[in-house]
Design a protein around this ligand. Structure first.
Ligand code: ADP
Ligand code: MG
Length: 519
């Protein structure tokens, strides 16, 4: 439940009418559920079944009353969400200073070197880049130097067309605003000069007609700007529209390409090639690129020219250690939680778990938020160590579910075969056994049957994803085989597999597995 719901809690909750959501008496509702198969968890519904002595009060309580009543733990949960940009970034001073030292050139009207930023996920790259870009823009406004920052997340905007179109449209928008400002200024000047021609002294305009000329030119320009559609144009037209828009007036432009590795992986390095050679052709403006990558090796795939241009300056974001994560969490917790709602071990434990997860601050914040939500659900007054442990399990399970859900069908079938064996008490399953069941499953749902060799590869992939654990064991003169065990919770994983439209067609797999024992 959202914390705003708590804040808007009605002042008077002693309603005496039978105001349940569906208009029925909640005692009746409870009885109805009680008589049910027992699948419904009354606690989760917030229906309290044991308050016999306060029956009249209970009768008037709606589904949400109990939930609303618990003292909320959060003061402002948004602060713990990934979308929140913190104003303070402890332990990133060095990286932020390096970025600023390079980008300050833009405020002097020169082109900053291109920058490449590396670091694993959750090391504060995006947060730091956004922080620096806001500061840069604020300062440029203060000193009236034309400098702009454009941020693009290439995980979302992942083709050359889309990147260029998005940039073109942003610059067109800015040019329109710029022209409108100029027009207003010129209109006033024209009116003033019409009354008193000396108003034009010291300006570039010799006469009222010259001002009017300029106004007409700008109005024409304004009309000519046409934004780029999200598909359909040839790429070189998109590029030249973008180019003209950037070059419309004098300025330094910093283009931040976040998750740049995703762009290169999906669409190659053409975009980067085009952007990095722009400066030699621009007349009025200058472009500088800041690329941000989660993948330390992504430049291996770049054209050497792009690589050397893009990596003029490199800044590395190392993983946070547990102590640093503790500071970060402490900072955020102060505004996110009500005072005295976190027991002592909560932050250190979140920090320790996230430090194991390659020092990921995102994971640390997720854990803290989820632990708070679990405590809220338990209707306790404080977040305890157990909530953090449960949060860790929940997040881990969510990850597994997501990974399994997005596996290709063939991998799902291999995994399902493993699960069926394990469900029947087989441990240290070997590749041959998995293959036999897999083959039967494929036949059952009319899927192509891969060779045993390919299936072995798929098992290795599942191993790398942390879904199974496959170790090679030597069987003496019978050669080597793999011993496979499931590393994820069986029931949840099976449920995810069966929710797949193809795998779900397997009606009853028990006979195949049984057959294995009969042999
Ligand atoms: P990256 O882009 O490297 O994957 P982010 O910048 O998105 O990582 O950071 C992940 C989360 O951790 C965000 O919610 C961010 O606000 C937070 N975060 C990262 N570093 C810090 C820091 N030094 N101080 C405060 N919050 C941080
Ligand atoms: Mg990021």
């Amino acid at each position: 439940m959202d914390e705003t719901d708590h804040n808007e809690k009605p002042a008077d909750d002693e309603t005496t009418s039978t105001d349940t959501p569906d208009g029925t008496d909640s005692t009746v509702a409870t009885d109805r559920i009680d008589g049910f198969s027992g699948d419904v968890d009354l606690d989760d519904l917030g229906l309290d079944e044991e308050d016999d002595d306060s029956e009249t009060d209970e009768a008037s309580r709606g589904l949400f009353d109990d939930l609303l009543e618990g003292e909320p733990i959060f003061e402002n949960k948004e602060v713990l969400r990934p979308s929140y940009t913190p104003h303070k970034l402890p332990h990133r001073e060095e990286q932020i200073n390096s970025m600023a030292t390079i980008l300050v050139t833009a405020l002097r009207g020169d082109t900053p070197s291109n920058i490449l930023i590396y670091g694993k996920t959750g090391t504060g790259k995006t947060a730091s880049a956004k922080f620096v870009s806001e500061e840069l823009e604020t300062t440029s406004q203060k000193y009236e130097v034309p400098c702009e920052v454009q941020y693009i997340n290439c995980e979302v905007t992942d083709t050359q067309y889309r990147v260029l179109a998005q940039l073109a449209n942003k610059f067109i928008e800015q040019n329109e605003a710029y022209i409108e400002g100029r027009l207003e200024e010129l209109g006033e000047r024209r009116d003033a000069a019409a009354e008193d021609p000396t108003e034009l002294d010291g300006t570039d305009f010799g006469s009222v007609a010259a001002v009017e000329n300029e106004i007409a030119t700008l109005e024409d320009d304004l009309e000519e700007f046409a934004s780029v559609p999200m598909t359909g144009w040839p790429t070189d037209r998109v590029y030249s529209t973008f180019f003209d828009a950037v070059d419309y007036h004098e300025r330094v432009v910093v283009i931040m390409l976040d998750e740049i590795d995703k762009l290169v992986e999906k669409s190659g390095d053409d975009t980067l090639y085009n952007l990095s050679r722009m400066n030699s052709e621009l007349d009025n403006s200058r472009v500088s690129i800041m690329g941000i990558s989660n993948d330390l090796k992504f430049t291996d795939f770049l054209d050497p020219r792009v690589k050397s241009s893009l990596g003029e300056e490199e800044i590395v974001f190392p993983p946070y250690d547990a102590t640093q994560l503790r500071d970060i969490l402490q900072h955020r917790a102060e505004t996110a939680f009500k005072s005295d709602t976190l027991s002592e071990d909560v932050i250190p434990l979140c920090a320790a778990f996230a430090a194991q997860e390659h020092g990921d601050a995102r994971r640390a914040l997720d854990l803290l938020r989820t632990a708070g939500e679990l405590a809220e659900r338990d209707r306790t007054e404080t977040v305890e160590e157990t909530h953090v442990r449960k949060a860790q399990e929940k997040i881990e399970l969510d990850r597994v579910v997501e990974v399994v859900r997005t596996l290709p069908t063939q991998s799902k079938l291999v995994l399902y075969a493993t699960i069926l064996l394990e469900k029947n008490g087989v441990h240290n399953i070997n590749t041959g056994e998995v293959f036999n069941i897999y083959k039967r499953l494929c036949e059952e749902i009319d899927a192509d049957v891969l060779t045993q060799r390919r299936v072995t590869d798929l098992i290795s992939e599942l191993d790398m994803l942390g879904i199974v654990n496959a170790v090679v064991v030597s069987k003496g003169r019978y050669g080597r085989t793999k011993e496979i065990n499931l590393s994820v919770p069986l029931d949840e994983t099976e449920a995810v597999l069966l929710s797949d439209s193809r795998v779900g067609q397997v009606e009853d797999a028990q006979p195949f597995v049984q057959a294995r024992f009969d042999n």
